[in-house]
Design a protein around this ligand. Structure first.
Ligand code: ADP
Length: 574
């Protein structure tokens, strides 16, 4: 992944500007709120000097009323602010999450080979959270704070210019320190998202693979890996904490220094008690936003770091952006041809070497061979999950590389070994490729795949919930659901990865029968392990070290007494 830096300009254009109306309303509210906020400090002087010292009690009711109204205005505006901007920020977060997830799903399958799913979850869910601080009250608070600071400076100069200088000097130093600190912290925050994603990813894997881990007694090792990850996270937080706490302490110290200066100077300039108090109050109003800025600054830094990572993901090209794959194929017949196709996952390590074969519409092609020979890779190419490095794959004579993925995959069905069933009812799982299929179509698929054979025994039938929180199904039952799903999808091209695990004989015969129905009339590629499937195949391709070592029908290949014969007799012995 390339390192991408999100610029302020980019963020402004894509995130801030489209929300300018809301942000302007926010700004308007904050100006009112801050202006109202200046009333109480201003009121200290007349209160001290006129009312307390000079006993002009007639002024008191007006003063109290003024301050009360100001406080009320402040309360209402800050309520509205949070309501408008925070809600918009949360809305933006959900929009961004959807956008990232959408992009993620359009990335090539190869991308997912090298990614932990838990890490990607963290990218989608956590990385965009930061915008809360950009659109939420953070940005507006910052602007409002700066405004208050400027107005306060005006008042301060009005009271005493020289004393104001005394306050401004340490505060400028503080400002410089803050800016410097944040340029240091940004990469630390950036790193944090990465570490979090790593650790979350590993944890998800650990939990998913808990059987293997326990089976190999590898808990200790996993505990160590996790501890290390968590410690990395801790070190990262520690680093940023040092910087942020340094900024805060520097702030406190410099503010203290300014106060000492003010105390001395107010004696020297002979200020009245009211003037001193007023000056101090305005000083607080000027300093508060500057200190607050360090807080908001770290939020902004976090937001930018998150956006950096999101941007990185969004910049990975999707598998079909419609520019190269321009041919939308209609209903296909299903003739497929590999012409001199080579493929490698890593440069210089070819996995498939100059493979050529034809699969006629409606025929069954069985891929057999030892593990690692390249069968899955061939299946992946037919599914357009992978693209040939050289050579060409054609579908009904059209170059697959130019075919729009949507138009092709809508006519494709895949049944994989460990098929993906999700949390939900059996009905939902079968309907998944065609949610709007009729009840009749569904029932046909259910019967053809012998799913009814076991669902009829369930109290809730097809409405039975399966998955983590539901009924646990046997391997054979899961497969039958996957087959029913493929039958319902009614694809022209079918890719089948037969399960290697042994099923009980009854399940086995159900599955054989349903597979037969499923393959009927479709161009099928099957990574075959069952002899019954292989015998029925129109052609068998014996894949050996990325090449087709032998091809033909079962009887022919047996007669030839070559590689297939060896494989077959070996399996028969088992
Ligand atoms: P089969 O299905 O016959 O067991 P595969 O097509 O899965 O074989 O694998 C063929 C070769 O490609 C193997 O050597 C395997 O290690 C390699 N391979 C498979 N998938 C990947 C991948 N995602 N990245 C790198 N190498 C891979």
């Amino acid at each position: 992944m390339s390192k991408q830096k999100v610029t302020i300009g980019h963020v402004f254009k894509t995130i801030i500007w489209p929300r300018r109306k809301l942000l302007f309303i926010g700004l308007f509210l904050i100006i009112i709120s801050r202006a109202a906020g200046l009333v109480p400090p201003w009121a200290t002087k007349p209160f001290m000097d006129d009312i307390l010292v000079n006993h002009q009690l007639d002024k008191l009711p007006l003063l109290l009323m003024g301050v009360t109204i100001a406080i009320l205005i402040q309360a209402i505006t800050s309520f509205l602010l949070t309501k408008i901007l925070s809600v918009e920020a949360q809305h933006l977060i959900s929009v961004l999450r959807s956008r990232v997830q959408k992009h993620l799903l359009r990335l090539p399958t190869r991308f997912f080979d090298n990614q932990k799913s838990g890490a990607l979850v963290s990218r989608v869910m956590n990385d965009v959270e930061g915008v809360r601080n950009l659109v939420g009250t953070g940005l507006v608070q910052l602007v409002g704070g700066v405004l208050t600071a400027i107005i306060s400076i005006g008042f301060l100069i009005h009271i005493n210019a020289l004393m104001t200088l005394f306050v401004l000097l340490p505060m400028s130093i503080f400002g410089i320190i803050t800016l410097k600190a944040f340029s240091i912290i940004r990469p630390v925050f950036r790193e944090r998202g990465k570490i979090t994603a790593e650790v979350t990813g590993r944890l998800t894997e650990t939990l998913n693979g808990v059987r293997v881990i326990k089976g190999f007694n590898a808990e200790q090792q996993e505990i160590k890996v996790f501890e290390k990850g968590v410690d990395q996270l801790f070190q990262n937080v520690k680093k940023s904490l040092t910087s942020t706490s340094f900024v805060t302490s520097a702030g406190t110290f410099l503010v203290g220094l300014a106060s000492v200066g003010i105390m001395g100077l107010s004696g020297y300039f002979n200020l009245t008690a009211g003037e001193f108090l007023q000056f101090t109050m305005f000083m607080v109003f000027m300093i508060a936003p500057i200190v607050q800025m360090s807080n908001i600054g770290s939020q902004m830094t976090e937001a930018f770091a998150g956006l950096d990572r999101t941007e990185e993901l969004m910049n990975i090209p999707i598998e079909d952006d419609g520019t190269i794959r321009t041919i939308k194929i209609g209903a296909i017949k299903g003739d497929m041809e590999f012409k001199d196709v080579s493929f490698s996952y890593e440069e210089g390590k070819p996995v498939l070497k100059n493979i050529s074969f034809k699969a006629f519409a409606g025929s069954v092609t069985a891929l057999v061979g030892t593990s690692g020979s390249g069968k899955t890779t061939i299946a992946g190419l037919t599914a357009s999950f992978l693209n040939p490095e050289s050579g060409m794959i054609t579908i009904d004579g059209v170059d697959m590389n130019k075919v729009s993925l949507d138009s092709y995959r809508s006519q494709l069905g895949v049944v994989l070994q460990d098929d993906f069933l999700f949390e939900g009812t059996i009905r939902e799982n079968i309907l998944f490729p065609r949610p709007h299929a009729t009840e009749d179509e569904l029932q046909k698929a259910v019967r053809a795949a012998f799913v009814h054979e076991f669902t009829e025994r369930f109290e809730l039938g097809l409405e039975t919930v399966i998955g983590e929180r539901g009924v646990k199904l046997s391997g054979g039952q899961r497969q039958r659901i996957a087959i029913a799903r493929a039958i319902l999808a009614n694809p022209r091209i079918l890719i089948l990865d037969e399960a290697t695990s042994n099923l009980d004989t009854e399940s086995e015969s159900f599955i054989q029968d349903s597979l037969k129905t499923l393959m009927q009339g479709r161009t099928t590629f099957v990574i075959a392990h069952r002899l019954s499937t292989i015998r029925q195949a129109d052609q068998i391709l014996v894949v050996e070290d990325g090449q087709i070592a032998e091809r033909g029908k079962h009887e022919e290949l047996i007669e030839r007494k070559g590689r297939y014969f060896q494989l077959y007799t070996y399996q028969a012995r088992i």
